[in-house]
Design a binder for this molecule. Structure first.
Ligand code: 13P
Length: 281
């Protein structure tokens, strides 16, 4: 199964009324764990890494690994650059073969977000790749380094943004936030419903960690077709390793590696079940 474009996966998800999991990874073990889950369940998937994570996982090393993993998968996998901030890194991801890039201009004034997102959309199109934008502001930050306040999407502004940028996927802010929620989030389903009725692009839910299964299902029924999961993967890998040490299952390095793969696998399996994407490969 080839490496695919994100829009191919998302348009099928729109027709089928399900969401594709977009799993953040930071090493080979996480890639292997996610792939094991999606291959076993015959699910499409997106592998992603955010620009803020590159200090730990340099793009020139992790990027080719992600692309190679997608090319060798038995299910369709897109490779996505999450929360792109700089043209330099976005271009580097496209040169490596990522099939999708996000430009996150959610912190910028509206017109500037439109202008810079449209430029990235044009650049991505030159590579035959897709572009995701964000309108409104998802809370927190991808790596927890900033406590950005939630600014819910205005449906009318989302439409204007979509018409001006023609993005292939649009991330909305409906009370969702990156990282572990301090309280169970109260999502604004009304905003999601209005936005989905206006914007024809597949909608993206960031901050997937900690959202309740029923809320995920409701978001999917209202127009979310891509769900980003990062913290839950990292937490699951850490817990898996910790438990393996506590249970004296780690006798050497390769047992540690196995525990990491298992943590990423378990987390992906849990989400695939809720997203309804099994057997949709
Ligand atoms: P979480 O870390 O809350 O799962 O958010 C992931 C995300 O939205 C990455 O873009």
């Amino acid at each position: 199964m080839p490496l695919v474009n994100m829009s191919t996966l998302l348009s099928k998800a729109r027709e089928g009324g399900y969401a594709v999991g977009s799993f953040s990874i930071s090493n080979m073990e996480m890639v292997l764990g996610v792939l094991k889950a999606v291959e076993e369940t015959k699910s499409p998937a997106i592998l992603q890494i955010a620009e803020v994570r590159l200090n730990h996982s340099p793009l020139e090393i992790i990027g080719p690994l992600m692309v190679a993993a997608a090319k060798n998968a038995s299910v369709p996998v897109a490779v996505h650059f999450d929360h792109g901030k700089t043209t330099e890194k976005i271009k580097q991801a496209l040169d490596i073969g990522f099939t999708s890039v996000m430009f996150d201009g959610s912190h910028l004034p509206f017109e500037e977000n439109v202008r810079q997102t449209a430029e990235v959309k044009k650049l991505a199109a030159e590579y035959g790749a897709d572009c995701e934008g964000e309108i409104g502001c998802v809370g927190g930050s991808e790596d927890g380094s900033e406590d950005i306040a939630i600014n819910c999407t205005s449906p009318a502004q989302a439409l204007e943004f979509y018409e001006k940028t023609n993005v292939d996927a649009l991330a909305v802010a409906i009370g969702n936030a990156h990282g572990n929620y301090k309280q169970t989030p109260k999502l604004r389903f009304d905003i999601l419903e209005q936005t989905a009725s206006l914007v024809k692009a597949p909608l993206v839910l960031h901050g997937g960690t900690g959202i309740l299964p029923d809320d995920f299902r409701k978001c999917i029924s209202l127009g979310i077709n891509k769900i980003n999961i990062a913290t839950a993967t990292f937490d699951s890998v850490e817990q898996s390793v910790r438990a393996a040490y506590e249970n004296a299952e780690i006798k050497g390095y390769y047992d540690l590696q196995t525990a990491e793969v298992e943590g990423a696998y378990k987390n992906a399996m849990k989400h695939i079940d809720v997203f309804g994407c099994s057997d949709k490969a």
